[in-house]
Design a protein around this ligand. Sequence first.
Ligand code: NAP
Length: 320
Amino acid sequence: MRVALIGYGNVGKAFARLLQVKQSTFPFRIVAIHTARHGTAYDSNGLGLAPPWGPAAASVEAFLDEAQPEVAIEITTLNPESGEPAIAHIRSAFARNIHVITANKGPIAHAYSSLNAEARRRQVEFRFESTVMDGTPIFSNVRNNLPGVKILGFRGVLNSTSKVVLGALQRGLTLEEGIREAQRMGVAEADPWYDIDGWDSAAKAAALANVLMQAQTNPQEVERRGLRDIDPQEPARLARAGKTIQLVSSAEYTNGSVRLQVSPEILPNTDLLASVAGTSNLLLLYTDLMGTIGTLSIDPGVEQTAYGLFSDLVDIARSV
Ligand SMILES: NC(=O)c1ccc[n+]([C@@H]2O[C@H](COP(=O)([O-])OP(=O)(O)OC[C@H]3O[C@@H](n4cnc5c(N)ncnc54)[C@H](OP(=O)(O)O)[C@@H]3O)[C@@H](O)[C@H]2O)c1
């Protein structure tokens, strides 16, 4: 299958490495890569890990017209406020009847319903497993393994940076020291305040609600409080009392619509959401037929994000 990448940063490179490792059993070919500053590369026989960059294509449309891929993978930088230009990139691919995979949560948090409708109209596939919990199966699990199940709500600890920062506060360090620790570990967003103020958690909550609960929402509509809303001394005080604070993303139906919240919550250490150590993430789905289902990803990294793209690609290859 011919694959084009829009974006070739940490995720794109990890994905290209993964395809090389699995080449003998999964013969996918990256035939083109487009970036913002590095330029554009094409080779219909397949590009290596260090593509020979040429001049940048004039536009994503021109890139796709030249590359003629079957699948486009959108992995450009996240714009949390609007989801652009990734939304436009995805629409350009659909307009050319190209299947799309993305790890960029912007489009799913801001425009899932219209993008999904567009994909259906064009009879192309649209996958986004890596947008929440770094490739751990959430969306495909519900789609493939839970037929007829209604998702009634969820609670999750979905942002690794806030976990690291709260851990630092618990040990008596400052917010800034916690942020530096998360940056050293490589888990913080380019702008760490986006994690600290709950925007990343809000974008993930909106994405989950849009896909799993048919909400038509966006991150701005999430009731949001972040770590700047707590007393920095409180995590250390609570630790002495056997309690912890976690930045929890949650959803529930109220009066027929989906209410989304991101908030630092005080939890007893025995609460499942409090018990997940390190940078690990946990999501609990509340369902009508299957009770509560929990998914845990232990210290996920970029290799798992790349795997989410890979699993989406295999799924598309099997379904067309
Ligand atoms: N890193 C993770 O573990 C992780 C986990 C889950 C989801 N994600 C999501 O995956 C996406 C990629 O993450 P990353 O860590 O790979 O980011 P990154 O290292 O910053 O790379 C972003 C890539 O996008 C390119 N780009 C930016 N704007 C573009 C535009 N308008 N047109 C074409 N290319 C453009 C950049 O080009 P240049 O190289 O020329 O600058 C770069 O190659 C993001 O949306 C992120 O939120 C990442």
